[in-house]
Design a protein around this ligand. Sequence first.
Ligand SMILES: [Zn+2]
Length: 247
Amino acid sequence: MRTRSIVLPLLALLGACTMNLAQVEGPDANAIPTTWPSQSLVFAARTADGVFVVDLGWGGADRALRRGLAEIGATPEDVTDVFVTHSHRDHIMAWPLVRHARFHMMAAEVPLFEGLTGHADVPSRAARAVRGDAGPWAGEVDVRPFSGDTTFVMGADTIRAFVVPGHTPGSTAYLHRGVLFAGDAISRPYHTGYGPGMGIFTTDKARNHAELVSLFERLRPYDVQWVCTAHGKCARPDERFIRKVLR
Ligand SMILES: [Zn+2]
């Protein structure tokens, strides 16, 4: 019971409910929360050129993903591309279900995703010591690394990757149809509201902050309607929101 007594307060810190997820959904796009109460988000969208997901959830993600894909008329076999915001275990758990897909992530995240090195934050080190690695071995899935901001085209859809290292060495945000999936580079603990990545889980807090300052500048040319955290909280990115995140 000792593990439970530590884990539950940590999960509560992440917030126990989603916010505005329906705003980023549509007939061919679904925001799929996994693992109550941390609500690690999987976002799935159907394009004319295949189905993609952003992140792969935590406990129960297999079932949630199957159900969430069915709601947009898709199956795990239809998923062609996975965009990874970062490789903390609570965002990659359903990888075996879509192991046939291309896995896109920043190059700096690859050795962490493949377990060649471990995450530096204390909770990840503890989890790795107890439960081992959560991701695939090197070569087990098709990893397509990128080193800076880049753009992917799938049919009529564009997915723009913005690298924001700091929470993890290869943290990345993805912009699709006006929705920015920011991973854990932005968080919303229930007691403080929106802010940068949570300190206890973040490898380099100063870099996380600096990259967010840069990110909001780099986003200026784009019409960003919503920003969603990896734990299922979405907000309008107005000046007040940006000030809060960069506090
Ligand atoms: Zn994280």
